[in-house]
Design a protein around this ligand. Structure first.
Ligand code: P5A
Length: 433
């Protein structure tokens, strides 16, 4: 894509309203703009990153056997009256009345809707286990939306819901998701610590949060430092039951639940850190199936309430968490898997016909090789181009200038290490291909 024809409104100055680095960099690099408090427009490069993250999440859900569907954002109030959560959810729920005076709401989550779908369509234990997910916008009227998309009012979540005949099955579904989450975060290059959690408004009695360690995190965690010896980033391969059991046995607790007097870990082995919650999984048994009447016929023909769990990943929050973990003073440093473009092509001398012709030709070759390129073909100075490319954070910068062309070489810079090498065009295409 040519930058001259793109829409990437970068900003030099630090926006005053942004308190944390990810928010500042998302605004400055032209990924998002606020529409109203906690509600954002995703600009083209922001959307590309969001979609790439969503796809990695999707691939790991599919691998774990979950099935994708898409439920609406707007829900009828009746479903929530049935479960008893319509009043309980309070002011965080955005309530809407349609033209027929029907009470509707913008969904903050989908337990009710999927339980209703299940009860109307699944009748027998033979159709279990079942696990369905969607990636859909949610709305929660947070008291204090802040840190940009990190705590938004409108945000993108991957949420799924498992249905099993009994506790054993439900526990297996829960652990499958636990593993899928570890794999998802590892693929994103993030170390997410699973922390025993409160199930809060979702309800239930078994729950883990996945927390990325970051100074700007909103949660305070206490955890056994042994968990850090456990190489979470090696967890992209197969993960066996033993590993899951071992991980789940480590002590890791949020501040609110941590009881220093009764903590099983010695003070000297306990670490305290701030974390960003990027995922949360819940087992809640028959909480919704009982209140909403979701049953299946068991093997003996008797109707039983189905056992459920729900699992959420903050897809839009992950964009911010990834920037918190990958940046320097000059801007974002995207991991290749989620970068808006793999390569940034910089034309140093727009006014030099030879240079521009060489750049255009290289751009066409990179595109033809299926490489995602952001081509800075603007009539602007080299300094401004380098600054913007660093800010936007593409992993590889290809720099074409008259001096190199004379020597028959092109410069390639690694955004993360800053390392620069001079390569022939052939070598360059081979390296990036
Ligand atoms: C699990 C899926 C649920 O809603 N119901 C369906 C359960 N869990 S949760 O913990 O409340 O949310 C899941 C994840 O969504 C992200 N998240 C947010 N992201 C941005 N802005 C918000 N205001 C926000 N609220 C929740 C978090 O990553 C959370 O773990």
């Amino acid at each position: 894509m040519r930058l001259s024809k793109h829409f990437i409104p970068t900003v030099k100055e630090n926006p005053k309203e942004a308190e944390i680095v990810s928010h500042r960099l998302m605004l400055r690099s032209g990924m998002i703009r606020q529409s109203s408090a906690g509600i954002y427009i995703w600009l083209p490069t922001g959307l590309r990153v969001l979609n790439k993250i969503a796809n990695i999440v999707r691939e790991e859900q599919n691998r774990a056997g979950a099935i994708e569907l898409l439920m609406p954002t707007i829900q009828p109030a009746e479903l929530w009256q049935e479960s008893g959560r319509y009043d309980a959810y309070g002011k965080e729920m955005l309530r809407i009345t349609d033209r027929h005076e029907r009470d509707m709401l913008f969904g903050p989550t989908n337990e009710e809707m999927i339980t209703d779908l299940f009860k109307n369509n699944v009748k027998s234990y033979k159709d279990l286990p079942l696990n369905m997910y969607h990636i859909q916008w949610k709305f929660r009227d947070e008291v204090r939306p802040r840190f940009g998309i990190m705590r938004g009012r409108e945000f993108l979540m991957k949420d799924n819901y498992s249905f099993d005949l009994d506790f054993e099955g439900a526990k297996e579904s829960y652990n499958k998701m636990y593993v899928a989450y570890l794999r998802t975060f590892a693929r994103l290059g993030l170390v997410a610590i699973p922390v025993k959690a409160d199930s809060g408004a979702i309800g239930g009695d078994m729950s883990h949060e996945f927390q990325i360690l970051a100074e700007t995190g909103e949660s305070t965690l206490h955890y056994d430092k042994a968990i850090e010896d456990f190489d979470l980033s090696s967890l992209t391969g197969d993960i066996d039951d033993e590993t899951v059991a071992k991980l789940q046995s480590y002590y890791a607790m949020e501040e609110e639940k941590h009881d220093a007097d009764n903590c099983p870990v010695a003070d000297s082995d306990l670490k305290t850190a701030k974390g960003i919650e990027v995922g949360h999984i819940f087992y809640f048994g028959t909480k919704y199936s009982e209140s909403m009447g979701a049953t299946v016929a068991g093997p003996d023909g008797k109707e039983v309430n189905v056992e459920m769990g729900s699992y959420g990943i903050g897809v839009s929050r992950l964009v911010g968490a990834l920037i918190e973990a990958n940046h320097d003073d000059n801007g974002i440093i995207w991991p290749e898997a989620v970068a808006p473009y793999k390569v940034g092509l910089i034309n140093l001398r727009f006014k030099d016909e030879n240079c521009t012709a060489a750049c255009d030709a290289l751009y066409n070759k990179l595109e033809a090789a299926g490489i995602e390129v952001l081509y800075d073909d603007r009539d602007a100075g080299a300094g401004a181009k380098f600054a913007d490319m660093d800010l936007i954070g593409v992993p590889w910068q290809v720099v074409v200038g008259p001096k190199g062309l004379e020597k028959g070489v092109i410069e390639l810079k690694n955004r993360r290490t800053g390392e620069r090498v001079e390569l022939t065009e052939e070598e360059l295409l081979e390296k990036l291909g």
